[in-house]
Design a protein around this ligand. Structure first.
Ligand SMILES: *[C@@H]1O[C@H](CO)[C@@H](O)[C@H](O)[C@H]1NC(C)=O
Ligand SMILES: *[C@@H]1O[C@H](CO)[C@@H](O)[C@H](O)[C@H]1NC(C)=O
Length: 292
């Protein structure tokens, strides 16, 4: 009964929703060429394969830092993946190798309170890259406001578009993905807590989709709202079945933690110290000129 009710509400939400537009619709999503903040976390040992070693999605929050889920960067034994064996690809919509589109990883910071026994809680990690992507890449900054409900959003990534494939060679955007209030979500997902955004799905959940960003707002001012944490909706657009609820890590909730990781990174600290030193020198020089 609750499920029926939820499907009704979701249907109403979805009917109200418009896609963010500007995209060519294909089965199971749309190929977009105007997005370059989505990353593909890749296993270098398989980077020669068609799938380029893609294991998970994520999002650049500036040109040297990316977010993904904690579940994407932990091995089955709970250890962080060995960063020497992985890389981050971003900046183009085709996974064909391009020297300027891949970066080695300098560190991975998993949320300290993430627990694999309870993967819907604190499921977030920051990837620090060894060097920044070029300025042509426009990251998606950390959100300064929380997601509202219902919001019409979209999710993009290099995950597969059917249950047999393991990745897509081209970036796919699924839309609309419509967010819903937690109280409504709890009717079917009683365990979800405030760190989760629930949405009625656009077909995410195929292999390689975890970590994909949930992006709300408009195409000209996109807002980072979530990271795909769980979904069983692989290919639902293709076969037309009712979609189940998709669960995303609610990025806004983790903004203080993420900003702390970014600001304490060695590069960031050096930059801000340099900035303070330059500002101090500027003030000194100004006063010096004034006094003389
Ligand atoms: C990580 O992988 C590299 C290359 O395969 C290896 O040399 C290194 O020992 C590994 N590090 C750890 C901590 O396992
Ligand atoms: C699944 O996707 C792959 C890669 O896009 C494609 O080559 C394959 O034909 C698809 N399989 C089915 C059953 O649609």
């Amino acid at each position: 009964m609750y499920k029926l009710f939820l499907f009704f509400v979701i249907a109403v939400y979805s009917a109200k929703a418009n896609t963010l537009g500007g995209s060519e619709r294909i089965m199971g999503g749309a190929y977009r060429t105007d997005i370059n903040y989505v990353i593909s976390l890749q296993d270098k040992r398989q980077s020669q394969a068609n799938e380029r070693g893609h294991i998970c999605g994520g999002v650049l929050i500036n040109r040297q830092f990316a977010l993904t889920t904690a579940s994407c960067v932990l091995e089955n034994n709970g250890q962080s993946i060995n960063i020497t064996n992985f890389r981050v690809f971003a900046g183009t919509v085709l996974t064909n190798d391009n020297a300027n589109s891949v970066r080695d990883i300098s560190s991975i910071t998993v949320h300290p309170n993430y627990n694999r026994q309870n993967p819907l809680v604190n499921n977030i990690a920051v990837i620090t890259l060894q060097s920044a992507f070029p300025e042509s890449i426009i990251p998606l900054s950390m959100p300064s406001a929380d997601v509202t409900h219902p919001a019409t959003c979209e999710t993009s990534g290099f995950g597969a578009r059917n249950s047999t494939a393991t990745a897509s060679a081209q970036l796919i955007t699924l839309s609309p993905v419509v967010t819903m209030p937690l109280e409504l979500c709890r009717l079917v997902e009683p365990q979800v807590q405030s760190g989760v955004v629930c949405a009625s799905g656009g077909g995410a959940g195929c292999a390689g989709d975890i970590g994909n960003p949930l992006v709300c707002g408009t195409q000209s001012s996109p807002i980072l709202c979530g990271l795909l944490s769980r979904s069983n909706n692989c290919g639902v657009i293709i076969d037309g079945t009712a979609s189940a609820t998709e669960l995303y890590t609610r990025v806004f909730e983790f903004a203080p933690w993420v900003n702390g990781v970014v600001n304490s990174a060695p590069g960031a600290a050096a930059t801000s110290q340099l900035g303070i030193a330059l500002a101090f020198m500027f003030v000194v020089i100004q006063n010096f000129n004034f006094l003389h």
